[in-house]
Design a protein around this ligand. Structure first.
Ligand code: FES
Length: 217
């Protein structure tokens, strides 16, 4: 993916159009002006156009410069993310996202700041995890025993673990979402009321001392 002069982003297969050598080997970085292939020095501009080839007049088909371009991949920018689709005939991102597009646009998602990121390796299909996050039926069984009694009362007070106010939507495009009444989640304090991770880390990120909120997460 390459930033363009107009601020947009283009995506290309990392394949030199001469003999198929990988054009870049670094996962990210910058180039001064052109991507130069390390095999025979063909050089491509950030918009994918071939700009230089050694001995260009010797090619039987004629000078390839300004004719040959890198192979582009469908790429759109929306909500602060860069979206890539390997299918050149795919529908537009807006059509694919359907109502999600309007929701995210209304909430100005591109201005949001990430405060925490978790990565984890689970030996299962990733859809199993998403499936779990789209139902709260398991919450009273799985999470209740793991939290102190004070937390459990608060959970009952702030989060509807019995679906009374939780809404599940499925769009025609196939996306789904769960809308749950706000509140703090399970396992935020230890038995003495001290705030524990991940809430403690989030508070420290915002330069708030978790101990100031002991017993009242
Ligand atoms: S393969 Fe890239 S210049 Fe030849």
């Amino acid at each position: 993916m390459v930033r363009q002069k107009d601020g947009g982003v283009k995506a290309f297969y990392n394949v030199c159009q001469h003999r198929g050598n990988p054009l870049v080997s670094e996962p990210k970085g910058t180039v001064l002006r052109r991507f130069v292939c390390k095999y025979h020095s063909w050089a491509f501009l950030p918009d994918g156009t071939l700009n230089f080839a050694p001995d260009k007049e010797d090619f039987p088909e004629g000078n390839p410069c300004n004719k040959v371009t890198l192979e582009e991949v469908r790429c759109e920018t929306f909500a602060g993310f860069i979206w890539v689709n390997m299918d050149p005939d795919c529908i537009s991102l807006q059509k694919f996202l359907g109502p999600i597009w309007d929701d995210w646009e209304a909430r100005n998602v591109d201005t949001w700041q990430r405060t925490m990121a978790n990565s984890m390796w689970l030996p299962c299909n990733w859809k199993v995890v998403l499936d779990n996050f789209n139902e709260s039926y398991h919450v009273p069984t799985v999470h209740q025993g793991a939290t102190p009694d004070t937390d459990r009362k608060a959970i009952r007070g702030n989060i509807d673990t019995y679906f009374k106010e939780t809404r599940f939507d499925l769009s025609d495009e196939g996306h789904n979402r769960m809308v749950m009444k706000g509140g703090f989640g399970v396992g935020q304090t230890d038995v003495d009321g001290n705030i524990i991770d991940p809430l403690a880390s989030e508070l420290r990120y915002w330069e708030i001392d978790p101990s100031d909120f002991k017993g009242r997460p």
